[in-house]
Design a protein around this ligand. Sequence first.
Ligand SMILES: Cc1cc2nc3c(=O)[nH]c(=O)nc-3n(C[C@H](O)[C@H](O)[C@H](O)COP(=O)(O)O)c2cc1C
Length: 232
Amino acid sequence: MDMKKLLFILMMALLSLSIFTACGNSAEQTATDEQTDTEVTEQEEESGSAADGKTLVVYFTRIGNTGEGFPEGVDATTSASLQQTDEGLKGNAQMIAEWVADETHGDIFAIESEDLYPADYDATVEKASTDQSDKARPALKTHVDNINQYKTVVMSFPNWWGDLPMPVYSFFDEYDLSGKEVIVYVTHEGSGYSDTVSTIAELEPGADVREGLSIRGGDVSNSETEVRDSIK
Ligand SMILES: Cc1cc2nc3c(=O)[nH]c(=O)nc-3n(C[C@H](O)[C@H](O)[C@H](O)COP(=O)(O)O)c2cc1C
């Protein structure tokens, strides 16, 4: 064999060895990637909702419950309970619910009443007072698809006159949450939870009802980390 031919064979041998080694590394990398993904999923399952069963996050807020909608450019001065976000106008209870749903990989559900509230804040306060005195239980427009699939139900709503908003009572009338954990998030302007947690425990005697957080309306927009940490 001449020298040229020998050199060629040697080069080819070296080349195929390096290709093989490179393939081996990338296969190993894929295995490591897969292992990491699996570990993340397992960690999520241990800390999140998956290992405990599915989570449903239910919220009630003024948005979606007014007949007229809100005037363009509405702000905290004209409508104390609303937050202008990059995604549009949101209620405090809705923002909390969205963070919780994201953190728990849960489903989200908005309670919408057939009996609408005025867009005007003071008029809503007045109507809510009358409804409370009348023990109103407004019919709901929205309904949960198969409540039985959920192990945990997170409730997020505003404190209205030291109590649950009436459509939230209607929600508890509609569903039996026996055997489920119910975690309560309340937004307010000073009253905190009031008696909302014990009221829910009375309405759902078979459920394990506990506090999540109570957050002042004006503090909600800065509470994302606190909310997410509270449900981990
Ligand atoms: C009808 C009505 C009644 C309210 N009653 C109370 C109350 O008794 N105590 C309190 O601290 N805040 C009260 N608030 C303030 C709300 O709980 C607070 O603004 C809350 O952050 C609103 O949440 P939302 O944006 O999800 O509607 C009331 C607000 C409304 C509209």
